[in-house]
Design a protein around this ligand. Structure first.
Ligand code: ATP
Ligand code: MG
Length: 180
C-alpha cells in the first residue's frame, strides 16, 4: 500500500485545486519557508479525521479553509482527498484504490467520503486501525512527536505498540460494546 495522490482545494494556502501525485518510493517536498510544505502534511492528517485545530496549527476548525489574500477572495469550503494504492489489499476493502475525502464549509457543515460514498468518521477510523495510517498512527511523525515517544508516559507509548501489533480495532470495539 502506498500514497498515490493528495488533492487539495481551498485547504489552507491552496486556494486552487491541486493534485500531488506520488510513486511507490520516497518523495521529498521542498520549498521556501511559508510556501506550504507543512500544509501538505496537515491535509493528510485532516482528511484522516483530525479533530484538533491545534494539531493543524490553527485555533479553530474553520482555519483550514483558505482565508484569502490581497488578490484572492476567501474560499467557502476546504476539500482534501487522498488516494491510496490498495493492490496488496492491506486495507480490508475489495478495491484496488481507496480514496478518502473530507469537505468542510464555513457554516461548520462537513462530510467524509470513502470511494465517493458518504460515510462516517468512524468508518474511516475502522478502515485504518492497525495499519499505522490513521490519525493516531505512526505514519505521520510530526515535529516534536519523537520527543513525545521518547519521554512520553508509558500509556501513550503503549498506544503505538498496540497499533503496530494490530490490536487497536479489538480494543476500540470492546469499548464500544461495553458502552452499549
Ligand atoms: P516552513 O519551511 O517555515 O516550515 P512551510 O513550507 O511548512 O514553511 P506552511 O506552514 O505549510 O509552510 O505554510 C504556511 C503558510 O500557509 C503561511 O503563509 C500561512 O499564511 C498559510 N496559510 C495557513 N492557513 C491558511 C489559510 N486558512 N488561508 C490562507 N493561507 C493559509
Ligand atoms: Mg513547515
Amino acid at each position: 500500500m502506498y500514497l498515490k495522490s493528495i488533492e487539495v482545494q481551498g485547504f489552507k494556502s491552496f486556494a486552487n485545486k491541486i493534485k500531488f501525485e506520488f510513486h511507490n518510493g520516497i518523495t521529498g517536498i521542498v520549498g521556501p519557508n511559508g510556501s506550504g510544505k507543512s500544509n501538505v502534511a496537515d491535509a493528510v492528517r485532516w482528511v484522516l479525521g483530525e479533530q484538533s485545530a491545534k494539531q493543524l496549527r490553527g485555533s479553530n476548525m474553520q482555519d483550514v479553509i483558505f482565508s484569502g489574500t490581497e488578490v484572492r477572495k476567501p474560499q467557502s469550503y476546504a476539500y482534501v482527498a487522498i488516494t491510496l494504492d490498495n493492490s496488496d489489499r492491506q486495507l480490508n476493502v475489495d478495491y484496488e484504490e481507496v480514496t478518502v475525502s473530507r469537505r468542510v464549509y464555513r457554516s461548520g457543515e462537513s462530510e467524509y467520503l470513502l470511494n465517493g460514498a458518504a460515510c462516517r468518521l468512524r468508518d474511516i477510523n475502522e478502515l485504518f486501525y492497525d495499519t499505522g495510517i490513521g490519525k493516531e498512527g505512526y505514519s505521520i511523525i510530526g515535529q516534536g512527536q519523537i520527543d513525545k515517544i521518547l519521554s512520553g508516559k508509558p500509556e501513550d507509548r503503549r498506544e503505538l505498540f498496540d497499533e503496530a501489533a494490530g490490536i487497536v480495532k479489538f480494543k476500540r470495539r470492546k469499548v464500544m460494546t461495553l458502552k452499549k
